[in-house]
Design a protein around this ligand. Structure first.
Ligand code: NDP
Length: 327
């Protein structure tokens, strides 16, 4: 039997955690023959820890053959000890009347503390995926605290936006969604992110040969993908959880399989005009389990450049708001 992978999850009793954990434990993230140990962190609040106990009871009751152990804790040092993957989902939600800067500061403190501890106690091959919002900037903060682990081990999730874009393009073209490829997300995991439709392919053909409605691509398509989270809250009365959990599975799964091309937010290297200090969604190719290279060279027209400039500006502004927490 393979050695179990230790997976630390923060916010484990939250909505996304609830949708995510059974799928990790069933093998959907690391494969059907890869055992896992779940190290579950919740906020040190009685209600949250009690809810976590309930989640763990349900996981026990699923009798997953691959689940080789669970740790339930409110201590980051315990949760991240020896973790091969740390999935940072827990974050403070924006309260009524709260400014973005306050949200950035409050979450910045959580991700500062977690970055420090992960660097100290996680496994040699530790990888980190951030979902808790504002995900790109939280990821940057955690990475800035790491002295042992290189910055490329810290990634943030933009995969939900990619999956949303893929489905919208397939619907518009009237094809099965597996026909849509090379649709990548650039920038922030926020309504400013840019799904670069011009580089996408449908059935192997350039997208513009199949979808000629440029106005739809530039407006309705970009808006639908960018505002999908809000549309789900309006319809469901709660934020997306199943699709966010599914996207995190895709994010990690595709990072473990060499050759996969997908979108993740990574430390910018200046490609596509992003500030070299921010974490931005980019197309990447997985080169080895947990490792990747940014795919450079996709052409960007003036429309795409302008969209990238907007999302880059937002990332630079977020960085400025948390400057005192970095390093
Ligand atoms: P969710 O599980 O629904 O969401 C968790 C985080 O994921 C939020 O920051 C949310 O952002 C973010 N997120 C990112 N992308 C998406 C997406 N596409 N759709 C939906 N969410 C997305 O939140 P809950 O409130 O249910 O659970 C959070 C849990 O975290 C709570 O149990 C809380 O106790 C815990 N927590 C744990 C901490 C810790 O472990 N130290 C610290 C802080 C909180 P957004 O808010 O913008 O939707």
């Amino acid at each position: 039997m393979k050695t179990p992978i230790k997976v630390a999850l923060t916010g484990a009793a939250g909505q996304i955690g609830y949708a995510l954990l059974p799928r990790i434990a069933s093998g959907a993230m690391f494969g059907p023959d890869q055992p896992v140990i779940l190290q579950l962190l919740e906020a040190p609040i009685e209600k949250a820890m009690k809810a976590l106990e309930g989640v763990a009871m349900e996981l026990d009751d699923c009798a997953f053959p691959l689940l080789k152990g669970m740790v339930l804790t409110d201590d980051p040092r315990v949760a991240f000890a020896g973790a091969n993957w740390s999935l940072l989902v827990g974050a403070k939600p924006r309260g009524p009347g709260m400014e973005r800067a306050d949200l950035l500061q409050d979450n910045g403190k959580i991700f500062t503390a977690q970055g420090l501890v992960i660097d100290e106690v996680a496994a040699e091959d530790a990888r980190v995926a951030v979902v808790g919002n504002p995900a790109n900037t939280n990821c940057m903060i955690a990475a800035s605290k790491a002295k042992r682990l290189p910055a490329d081990r810290f990634t943030a999730m933009v995969r939900l936006d990619q999956n949303r874009a893929q489905t919208q393009l397939a619907k518009k073209a009237g094809v099965d969604l597996t026909e849509v490829s090379e649709i990548f997300i650039y920038g922030n995991h926020s309504p400013t992110m840019f799904p670069a439709f011009d580089n996408a392919k449908i059935g192997g053909k350039a997208l513009r040969e199949v979808i000629s409605d440029r106005a739809w691509l530039e407006t309705e398509f970009c808006d639908t993908v960018g505002k999908r989270g809000a549309a789900i809250i309006a319809a469901r009365g709660a934020s997306s959880a199943a699709s966010a959990a599914n996207a995190l599975l895709d994010h990690v799964h595709d990072l473990m399989i060499p050759g996969k091309v997908h979108s993740i937010a990574v430390k910018s290297n200046g490609a596509y005009g992003f500030d070299p200090e921010v974490w931005a969604g980019m197309p990447v190719r997985t080169t080895a389990p947990g490792a990747y290279e940014v795919i450079e060279g996709y052409a960007m027209d003036d429309f795409a450049k302008a969209k990238i400039a907007v999302t880059n500006k937002e990332l630079v502004e977020e960085r400025a708001m948390v400057a005192s927490l970095l390093g």
